[in-house]
Design a protein around this ligand. Structure first.
Ligand code: UN1
Length: 509
């Protein structure tokens, strides 16, 4: 990478402070290096939090909450609107950094910044729509309604694969609701986290907002564990693997805190005999190889009607021949590297498992070597024909592995699609209304996201995002997800002269 100007534009140095309560950056003692999977080079170093630093951040956040909740919601929304403008200004540079640090294609890096901008715009509009219901009381001269109050500190724990967007989904909504946010990003993408914090903190400073409204705690995984146990954080929103989510749920549940969990997926597209095969092909290939198979929404399984199975396999093989793998910053490249060597090992392990279980490789996998692939993180996307009940198919491997299988009846296809422990995203490709409506009915997909004639990934921010079963049950970003970031209070007001009791109970003295 010869052109590193984007780092300068984003205010990043060779050694960065990665713990901040807003504009105030703390001098901490530990450091983590950020290595690019694109070329194996060190991008920079970030100073990370120890226990004392963490304490200072939480104490500052607690204090800031008391002031921030006093700011009227539309005023908070106006500040988030300014954040949208700031992210628009840095879209190119931040998108480039995301691509270079995480390895996704530049198109996807820019798309991720667009997701940040979109959610800022959404949260800004939401600031005038935070309302509850009113209901008629069963008692005379009584009035009932409900209102939403901010919770306090929201702990935001994010994964490496969406290093900016998932922070913004949570933080922008939390802020507009009157909460303050403390962010613990993945230790694999700390430069992106630092850049996002700088952009947000600058806007807060310009508006004279006190320190502690928007904090960053770069650190190792133990910081996340401390946050999960910390009673001062009423809501933990965590994105990552199902194993991680289970630990967070137990730790937060133990103290009766709230969680919002967005965990693994094992997403399938059903392609029926009535499918537009061009749509099916594009949806499948983007879904499987986008972000090198490292989205929670990645398409991992194709369930294809037996009458078109052989033909569709040929189409897939031909499409995979067109996929360009390489430096994700170069135009025309579809797929960059995996995040690190550990991810490559997981990928290789899954390939071994496939062989042991008797799966048939339609497109072979392997690690790419030679010029341009020196980081050792570039792998071949592969397609593997399996039986739906193979153990490997039940597992989410964060890599571009696409399992294909066939079915005869739609009921059978839906049983296969639902027959995994995860329930995040799903798609059905068909031009037949009976098929599409059945898929969307209560007897259809059991996932949080069910798409028709669209693949499993690439959701818009306006819908509630999240999944069922081992995918965690949380909902973030659009629709009424904001309610998770608030506490609901039911208010009953008596403006009469007596005290009639509900349920007609008499209590005279
Ligand atoms: C994730 O992979 O954690 O729907 C989030 C999508 C993106 C978000 C993915 N908008 O694929």
């Amino acid at each position: 990478m010869s052109n590193i100007d984007f780092l300068k534009v984003l205010g990043l140095e060779d050694l960065n402070q990665g713990v901040s309560t807003g504009n105030d950056w703390m001098m901490t003692s530990d450091e983590i290096e950020s290595m690019s999977p694109v070329d194996g080079r060190r991008i920079g170093t970030v100073r990370v939090a120890g226990l004392d630093d963490y304490e200072r951040v939480i104490k500052t956040a607690e204090k800031a909450f008391l002031e921030w909740r006093q700011v009227p919601a539309p005023k908070r929304g106006d500040i988030i609107r300014q954040m949208a403008d700031a992210f628009r200004k840095y879209k190119q540079e931040l998108g480039t950094l995301i691509s270079y640090e995480m390895g996704k294609s530049l198109q996807e890096g820019l798309g991720e910044v667009q997701e940040v901008i979109d959610v800022c715009d959404f949260a800004s509009g939401l600031s005038r729509q935070i309302y509850g219901l009113t209901m008629h009381s069963e008692r005379p001269d009584h009035r009932m309604y409900e209102q939403y109050h901010p919770l306090g500190i929201v702990g935001v724990i994010t994964a490496f694969n969406f290093p900016a967007a998932v922070w913004s989904w949570n933080t922008m909504l939390a802020l507009v609701c009157g909460d303050v946010a403390v962010w613990k990003p993945s230790h694999k993408v700390l430069m992106t986290a630092t850049a996002c914090q700088k952009i947000a903190a600058h806007v807060l400073k310009e508006n004279n907002i006190p320190e502690g409204v928007c904090s960053l705690v770069c650190g190792a995984n133990d910081i996340g564990e401390i946050m999960a146990k910390d009673k001062r954080i009423p809501l933990i929103s965590a994105t990552g693997s199902t194993a991680m989510g289970r630990k967070v749920a137990v730790a937060v549940g133990e103290r009766l805190g709230k969680t919002l969990l967005e965990l693994g997926g094992n997403n399938a597209i059903i392609i029926t005999e009535n499918a537009d095969l061009n749509i099916a092909l594009h949806a499948s290939v983007f879904g499987a190889i986008g972000t090198a198979g490292q989205r929670c929404t990645t398409t991992r399984r194709l369930i294809i009607h037996s009458s078109i199975f052989e033909d569709f396999k040929i189409k897939l093989i031909n499409a995979y021949k067109q996929v360009k793998i390489g430096d994700p910053l170069l135009e025309g490249v579809h797929m960059g590297p995996l995040i690190d060597q550990a991810a490559v090992q997981n990928y290789l392990h899954a390939l071994e498992e496939c062989k042991v279980q008797g799966a048939q490789f339609i497109v072979e996998g392997g690690v790419l070597e030679g010029v341009g692939y020196e980081s050792g993180c570039y792998v071949k996307p592969c397609i593997i024909e399996v039986q739906p009940d193979f153990a490997i198919v039940q597992k989410e491997t964060f890599a571009p592995l696409l399992y294909v299988m066939q079915y005869d009846t739609l009921a059978e296809a839906i049983a296969i699609q639902n027959g995994v422990s995860q329930g995040l995203s799903s798609g059905l490709i068909s031009l037949n209304i009976r098929e599409t409506e059945f898929f969307l009915s209560h007897a259809g997909s059991d996932c949080g996201i069910a798409n028709v004639n669209i693949g499993t990934s690439g959701a818009e921010i306006g819908g509630a995002f999240g999944g069922e079963k081992d995918s965690g049950g949380g909902r973030e970003s659009g629709s009424d997800s904001w309610k998770v970031y608030m506490r609901r209070q039911t208010n009953t007001i008596n403006y009469g002269t007596g005290l009639p009791l509900a349920q007609g109970i008499k209590f005279d003295f």
